[in-house]
Each structure stands twice: as C-alpha cells, then as structure tokens.
Design a protein around this ligand. Structure first.
Ligand code: FES
Ligand code: FES
Length: 181
C-alpha cells in the first residue's frame, strides 16, 4: 500500500490509527501542514487529495492508499512559488502564518470546486453550471479556515487576485465586478 505525497510514493503506516496529518508531520517531517484543533474545526490541516481539499486531521492515512496528496510543500514548482503563495506575500495574507498552508490549499481546492460548478450555501441559482467568485462565495467557501490573527482581508485579496477575473491561469474562475472593487 502506498500514497503519493507531493509526487513521491510513501508506504502507508502499518498502524491504521495514524491520521494523514500525523503521517505528514510526524512520520515524514512535512511540518508545513499545521495541527490546530485536531478535530476538524479550524482548517489548519487542509491538504489536497486528488485535487480536492480535505481536513487531514480527520483522515486516516490508511484510507488514502493509491491516492495523490499535495501539501503546501508540493505547491512550489521549479523553485517558483505557486501564484497563490506569492499573492499571500504580496497582500499580507498572513501574520503568524500558522493558518496559511491550510488557507492556501483550501483556496486551491475551492477554486476547483467553483470551476466545476459546485454550489455553496450562498449560491443563488443551484442549477447554474458556472458561477462567479464573489466576496460572498469566497467568504462562505473559506469559512472553514480560521485565522486567529485576523489576516482575512489579505487572504481574500490574495485569493481574489489569483482566482478572480484576469488572475493567473491556475484555475479558470470568474469574478464579479463587485468583487474586484
Ligand atoms: S487541525 Fe484539522 S481542522 Fe483543525
Ligand atoms: S496568520 Fe496567524 S493564524 Fe492566520
């Protein structure tokens, strides 16, 4: 049994009680993914599994045999930061930085959800297949990621720059004029 983590195959721990978060942090020493609450309430441990965001503190590593995990360490490519990482720096999207890896992984997963037309609690037209990344959509969809430092305005600005209209070609997501204002 093996899991691909940031492009490398990793043996699944023999102990089935090991969480995906502890596999990353304690076994592989990938300490970018943070343990905040360890009970699914803060989003600090968010990683991507086959492109979808999950809370790694609530996941058992053994469940992810054959899956592809990307943590914050896997986002930079060829020595270049992921555009969202660069935008967080530019927009002061972090203070202590503890929540930042989870925020960034979560935002990437969120953008993919919007691109696939998956509605949220605030989406008006549940039958729409395309939707805009409005402020309301962004705040609702990122509400599972808490920042105790209160860097949310910078976080929103960074995500809007990258995934909004005219942003980087990471994921094709539209943004309304109201959001861009
Ligand atoms: S550590 Fe996983 S949600 Fe808080
Ligand atoms: S930057 Fe400190 S918790 Fe978010």
């Amino acid at each position: 049994m093996s899991i691909t983590i940031n492009g490398s195959p990793i043996d699944v721990p023999a102990d089935p009680r090991v969480s995906l978060l502890d596999l990353l942090r304690e076994h592989l020493h990938l300490s970018g993914t943070k343990k905040g609450c360890n009970q699914g309430a803060c989003g600090a441990c968010t990683v991507l599994v086959d492109g979808e965001r999950i809370l790694s503190c609530l996941a058992l590593a053994a469940q992810y045999d054959g899956r592809e995990i990307v943590s914050i360490e896997g986002l930079a490519q060829g020595g270049e930061l992921h555009p969202l990482q660069a935008a967080f720096i530019e927009h002061d999207g972090f203070q202590c930085g503890y929540c930042t890896p989870g925020q960034i992984c979560s935002a990437i997963g969120m953008a993919a959800e919007i691109a696939r037309g998956i509605p949220s609690h605030v989406t008006g037209d549940l039958l729409a297949t395309t939707m805009d990344l409005t402020h309301d959509e962004l705040r609702e969809r990122m509400s599972g990621n808490l920042c105790r430092c209160g860097a949310h305005n910078g976080i929103v600005a960074a995500i809007t720059e990258v995934f909004g209209q005219g942003g980087a070609d990471v994921t094709p997501v539209l943004v309304s004029e109201e959001t861009a204002a």
